[in-house]
Ligand binder design. Structure first.
Ligand code: ATP
Length: 860
């Protein structure tokens, strides 16, 4: 059937539905038939392929070939052990990747959209995946359309269809006339399509197609999101590649040296390739993904849902948090405190006394619904509910008014107009009521003493109350639907209502934390400047005398240069329109600030996209804002942003710790093996030893480092500069000297043991290298804090990993079966004690470095 050319009745008949919606059993039947309303995911890699991919690395392949060749040539045992180690390595890699993938999948599920449907005459919210053809779905500004629908009702409904047509201008939708059969998608104004966004108005439609049957489903293949790579991953992948070449170069030289010294070519080949496999940090970018994905999973528990993985990495760099007020810093629990009826106002409607006039307009103009399933409790925007409930509870309010003044039209609230209007029929006339921000109301009023009204409003606002003004007029004829100019003009001022919205107790603490962490909290609100400043002062956002409050109107008058100059002093922006948020973000970014910006409405989307971290509200936010954001606050709470920043800093710190640890260890391995023949010693380790050290050091201890807790002073240091390289703050230097020290310790042990004729020298250097790396894992837990202060056992996973490695290493030294496999020999107690002692040198040296840095004030 051609939906856009058919009448609504014909569509209802075809889909066997009606305006009341489907019955539950019918829904169940249809979902069985057509399946869930979702686009097919990119074909997932099967588990076996994921496992096989672990072997795709060229070096691993060469190693496998070399092992087989050496096996064929005679040393079957060596070949087998090498193969086993490679397989274990692959399994570890696979488990890590699998976990990361699962974590990302779980995140995606959490951000799935919800839609409002009418089923069996009741409006309910369901997951978009549960929509079936024939469902009636309701739309309002900010929603994402859940399926392809034919429009049944349009109240100034406007939809942006860029995802489908590429056209970013919104299209006006109407129930409208039937269209030509070959009308292009963009012209089908009586249809709306899955994944497009409602930018204004509201409406309803009947679902004609779901899932892969929708227009977007038909082109879904083209829309699969690319995997996002974080800046750090990119830099590390680059670095790993360059490093690989250097390591390969070293291996070639080593190979030649080995041959010249008369080592058997096959053994030398295995040694050098094992070394290359161990030393090339090919796993680094993958480990970063794991750290970020697991971090994102943890953030969900803290009520911050990450939509774009790179955000986890960059959260720690935030220098500005620009936040909304209502619901984010405050509780969004509105209570009307007082009303003030303008003395000269009184409705000239029979049966309405002058003192009832304000109550009547307050009771009629609202956008809230009674929930029949919940004791007729009022549901809707808290401002709306508070105002109407206040009116209903006052003496003089008449319950019959709602029937006596039936609603004929309405213009929904939007934060650009800052007005909301309803039109009610009364005795052949029409009562137009508007409520909104005082300035906006005064602009559409022909009566009202501005001075007196402003004084009253300021009195309320100075105590932090949110002020709503009312105006109205009687007209004889109903204007055309949606004629805003005809309705919102020539009105009479009615009065004011003041309401409080208590601050969130945890927000004050979070603001103080921001300040110690070098982050500037800024309030951007649609509210009145006096109200905004009162709340900002109370919360600690406005503190010093240089801190300024500015209104949207003043902001509009500032030139770019003037704003550039003053922006760092402005802490409160009041009465700003969402469009101005974009200018604020851009100006701050020009000043090299890293901005997190909150938003919930349709018009906030550009600023959210532009901000370094766009933050949408999970509860009150529109789908449009969520689409644009990098992070969603599941509890709409300012304090959650600060928690997320802290978590971001922790994750970045841990990635650095991991890199520092792994690179220094790898460097030590390569240096030990390369330098030994250079200084006239035999090659110290066998290929199995190299692979073993690589396996036990990189995997478990490395991962345990990524789970390290936040350092005590993490929120007392300034944000990280996003331009700083990964090797900044001494990381590069540290890697080099620790690598050199570890190698030197190993080589000296080897040289000394050979010198005194100790036949166990190889087992000793093997053990020293392995244990030194464990010690290094332990000190890498913090770049500045002593381990004994952090608590040796406070990272249980790491202690577990080290203990396991220790036990395995002891087994390799003392179990005869393993002796044969690893070519090791049981050490005497003295030898073992000596190895243990020597292995602590690196540990102490790094702790000493912390001491020196602390003394010299480089870290505090
Ligand atoms: P924030 O931007 O911090 O969330 P806000 O909720 O006050 O603050 P808006 O929702 O844009 O910002 O509201 C701006 C102004 O519009 C309010 O100060 C109020 O005067 C008025 N207003 C808010 N909600 C309504 C409503 N439902 N009907 C009429 N006017 C409203």
């Amino acid at each position: 059937m051609n939906w856009h050319t058919s009448s609504i009745d014909a569509i209802f008949k075809e889909l066997q539905t009606n305006a009341d919606g489907l019955a539950a059993d019918e829904v169940a039947k249809r979902i069985q038939q057509v399946g869930p309303n979702q686009l097919q995911e990119k074909k997932k890699k099967p588990v076996w392929l994921l496992l096989l991919m672990q072997f795709k690395d060229v070096m691993i392949l060469i190693l496998i070939v070399a092992a087989i060749v050496s096996g064929v040539a005679g040393d079957l045992k060596d070949a087998l052990v090498i193969l086993i180690i490679i397989i274990i390595n692959a399994i570890v890699g696979f488990v890590q990747e699998y976990r990361a993938e699962k974590a990302i999948e779980a995140l995606k599920k959490l951000s799935a959209a919800m839609v409002k449907v009418r089923r069996n005459k009741q409006v309910t919210q369901i997951a978009a995946t549960e929509i079936v053809p024939g469902d009636i779905i309701l739309l309002e500004a900010g929603d994402m359309v859940g399926a392809d629908i034919r429009i049944l009702r349009s109240n100034a409904l406007k939809i942006e269809e860029a995802s489908l047509t590429g056209e970013s201008q919104g299209v006006d939708k109407s129930t409208g006339a039937l269209l030509e059969e070959d009308a292009p998608l963009g012209d089908r104004t009586n249809m709306a399509y899955k994944s497009t966004l409602v930018t204004a108005g509201n409406g309803a439609g009947v679902v004609v197609a779901t899932g892969m049957q929708t227009e977007i489903g038909k082109i879904a293949g083209m829309l699969q999101e690319g995997e996002s790579v974080t800046p750090l991953q990119k830099r590390l992948a680059d670095f790993s590649k360059k490093l690989s070449f250097v390591i390969l170069g070293i291996c070639v030289v080593l190979y030649v040296i080995g041959l010249l010294r008369g080592v058997d070519p096959l053994t030398m080949l295995l040694t050098t390739i094992s070394l290359a496999v161990a030393a090339i940090p090919e796993a680094l970018p993958a480990v970063i993904t794991i750290a970020l994905a697991l971090g994102a999973k943890k953030l969900v528990r803290k009520k911050a849902l990450i939509r774009k993985l790179p955000a986890v990495e960059t959260l720690g760099s935030v220098t500005y948090i620009c936040s909304d007020k209502t619901g984010t810093l405050t509780q969004n629990q509105m209570t009307v405190q007082a009303t003030w009826q303008y003395e000269q106002f009184g409705l000239s409607i029979p049966a309405i006394k002058k003192e009832q006039s304000l109550l009547l307009v307050m009771g009629l103009n609202h956008d809230s619904q009674k929930d029949h399933t919940d004791n007729d409790k009022r549901k809707g925007d808290p401002t709306e509910v508070a105002l109407v409930e206040y009116a209903l509870q006052q003496n003089g309010y008449n319950d019959r008014w709602e029937q006596d003044f039936p609603r004929e039209q309405e213009l929904p609230f939007d934060s650009d107009r800052k007005l909301m209007t309803t039109v009610h029929k009364t005795n052949g006339q029409y009562l137009v009521i508007t409520k909104g921000a005082l300035e906006s109301i005064l602009k559409i009023c022909k009566t009202g003493d501005q001075q007196c009204i402003n004084d009253q409003s300021n009195k309320l606002a100075e105590t932090g109350q949110r002020v709503i003004a009312y105006s109205c007029k009687l007209i004889q004829q109903l204007p055309q639907k949606g004629d805003q100019a005809a309705l919102e003009s020539d009105q009479d001022f009615c009065g004011l209502a003041g309401m409080i919205d208590p601050p969130r107790p945890e927000a004050r603490q979070a603001i103080a934390e921001c300040k110690t962490a070098g982050i500037v909290p800024v309030l951007i609100t649609g509210d009145h400047p006096v109200t905004a400043a009162a709340i900002a002062r109370d919360m600690g956002i406005l503190q010093s005398k240089d801190d300024r409050t500015i209104t949207g109107a003043e902001l509009a008058k500032l030139s770019d240069e003037e704003l550039d100059k003053s922006i760092t002093q402005i802490k409160v922006y009041a009465r700003v329109s969402p469009q101005q948020k974009l200018r604020i973000v851009e100006t701050l970014q020009k000043k090299h600030q890293f901005v997190a910006m909150t938003g919930d409405g349709v018009n906030d989307a550009p600023a959210l996209k532009r901000a370094n971290i766009g933050v949408a509200m999970g509860i009150t936010g529109t789908d449009v804002s969520k689409e644009a954001a990098a992070m969603i606050l599941l509890d709409d709470n300012f304090a959650t942003i600060v928690k997320a920043v802290k978590e971001g800093r922790r994750i970045y710190d841990n990635i650095r710790k991991f890199i520092r640890y792994v690179l220094a260890c790898n460097f030590a391995e390569i240096l030990t093996i390369f330098m030994a023949p250079v200084v006239g010693l035999p090659i110290p380790l066998l290929p199995i030893h190299i692979l073993w050290i690589n396996l036990v050091t990189d995997s478990l201890p490395g991962l345990a480092l990524a789970g390290e807790k936040a350092e005590p002073r993490i929120m007392q240091r300034p944000p990280r500069d996003t331009n700083e390289g990964i090797f900044s703050h001494g990381l590069g230097l540290n890697t080099i000297w620790v690598g050199v020290l570890m190698a030197a310790v190993g080589l000296v042990t080897q040289a000394w043991a050979i010198h005194i004729g100790d036949a166990h020298w190889q087992t000793m250097i093997f053990t020293v290298l392995c244990f030194s790396q464990m010690g290094h894992a332990l000190v890498s837990r913090s770049e500045s804090e002593y381990i004994f202060r952090l608590g040796v056992f406070s990272n249980r996973n790491l202690i577990g990993a080290i203990a396991l490695t220790f036990i395995l290493q002891i087994a390799i030294i003392y179990m005869p079966a393993l002796n044969k496999i690893f070519n090791t020999a049981p050490l005497t107690i003295t030898e073992l004690g000596l190895c243990l002692l020597i292995s602590t040198i690196t540990f102490h040296a790094v702790e000493l470095e912390k001491f020196i840095k602390r003394r010299s004030g480089k870290i505090n």
